[in-house]
Design a protein around this ligand. Structure first.
Ligand SMILES: NC(=O)C1=CN([C@@H]2O[C@H](COP(=O)(O)OP(=O)(O)OC[C@H]3O[C@@H](n4cnc5c(N)ncnc54)[C@H](OP(=O)(O)O)[C@@H]3O)[C@@H](O)[C@H]2O)C=CC1
Ligand SMILES: N[C@@H](CC=O)C(=O)O
Length: 350
């Protein structure tokens, strides 16, 4: 039996679901000859570690208790009486230090968190220096096989010319719901409660979350670019940003101020038989993300709900792109993608 020690950073929607998946897949993993030994779990305030991370693990009853405590909105501190793959399911840029140390110690890293991969180029280089030891499939398209497919194309020497994609579950859901006449403010809140948005939905509405995904893909294609070189369209004005307005005020009053503008844009597009989609284009040295008016019956225009779609053009996929489409957000599917990443590096464990 292979033992894979795991430390989980971040135990919110995705992290909690991941723990539940790990516990419920015990018999499946046993058949595969693998055991995921969760030796540590952290939230923003505490780190729970098994008493000896080399020989012990947090047992399943305790992992279920961790999920229950986090579902109830409490801090892991409440369980602190109770010690490798380092799994980052936080949405924080502050995990970079721990991840760097993990790299130095030769640990494996699995990320749902996009921020470490979109930090400065030097930090990125260090993180991905050992490609066999890092997986980050869920950072783009949640559980969809986006990174794996791109890696296969690239490793076969097939140059990727262009990627056109809708990469935000939140913005996909929001745009297709407002088409049906629902107010923008309402559907953004719905997307948050469905687990599609980032902890602060302004990360989605500013285009920043899509830009991070676009940057991860651009860097995967070998481009030495940073976030500030991307063209990004925000759906709200600067004065509603996190530095100027609290999240509570944005959700309760700021969002309402955006309803009319979005409705007008949706109606204007509809007059020409078009719909609005938040699109990412990576072509040559250009990487940009923003709202586009697209024909209703185009592949991107037909996209519904939180689904993502990517069309990849290369020498082999020239006229007809390789298309990847499916659920692109949600705690469950994201956690499943993270779990698959952990299993994907099982060959590195005895
Ligand atoms: N939901 C989705 O559809 C998808 C999400 N992702 C990514 O998954 C990640 C997690 O999302 P989600 O679960 O929804 O977010 P949540 O806000 O629900 O959870 C984030 C967790 O991270 C913890 N945390 C915050 N800062 C730190 C830190 N410095 N060290 C350790 N833990 C920390 C929080 O602690 P506390 O509980 O104390 O606040 C919380 O437990 C995000 O990066 C997101 O972009 C990726 C693809 C799809
Ligand atoms: N907030 C993101 C979640 C996945 O990365 C989205 O809406 O796509």
């Amino acid at each position: 039996m292979k033992n894979i020690p795991v430390i989980l950073l971040g135990c919110g929607g995705v992290g909690r679901h991941l723990l539940q998946h790990i516990v419920s897949c015990r018999s499946l993993h046993a058949k595969l000859g693998v055991r995921l030994r969760v030796v540590g779990v952290s939230d923003s305030k505490s780190l729970l570690l098994a008493s000896d991370v080399f020989t012990r693990e947090l047992d399943d009853t305790f992992l279920n208790e961790v999920s229950r405590v986090k579902l109830g909105g409490s801090s892991l501190k409440t369980l602190s009486s109770f010690g490798l793959v380092v799994v980052d399911c936080s949405a924080s840029s502050e995990t970079m230090g721990v991840l760097n140390q993990a790299v130095d110690l030769g640990c494996c890293i699995v990320l749902a968190n996009k921020k470490p991969l979109t930090a400065a180029m030097d930090d990125y280089d260090k993180l991905v220096a050992h490609p066999r030891r890092i997986r980050y499939e869920s950072t783009v398209g949640a559980g969809l096989p986006v990174i794996a497919s791109l890696n296969r194309i690239l490793s076969s020497g097939d140059p990727i010319r262009c990627i056109v994609a809708c990469l935000s579950g939140t913005l996909g859901y929001v745009m297709s719901e407002v088409e049906g006449g629902k107010p923008f403010s309402q559907v953004v809140k719905d997307a948050k409660s469905l687990g599609y948005t980032e902890p602060d939905p302004r990360d989605d509405l500013s285009g920043m979350d899509v830009a991070r995904k676009a940057l991860i893909l651009s860097r995967l294609l070998g481009r030495r670019v940073n976030l500030d070189s991307l063209k990004i369209e925000s759906l709200y004005p600067e004065e509603m940003g996190p530095n100027m307005m609290s999240l509570e005020d944005f959700l309760s009053s700021g969002l309402l101020l955006l309803d009319n503008d979005i409705q007008e844009r949706v109606q204007k597009a509809a007059l020409d038989g078009k719909v609005l989609r938040y699109v990412c284009v990576i072509e040559g040295s250009r990487t940009e993300v923003g709202l586009r008016e697209l024909p209703k019956d185009s592949p991107l225009g037909r996209l519904r709900g939180s689904n993502n779609i990517l069309a990849i053009y290369s020498r082999c996929y020239n006229e007809q792109p390789l298309v990847i489409e499916g659920a692109g957000a949600g705690n469950d599917t994201t956690a499943a993608g993270v779990l698959a990443d952990i299993l994907d590096i099982q060959d590195l464990f005895a």
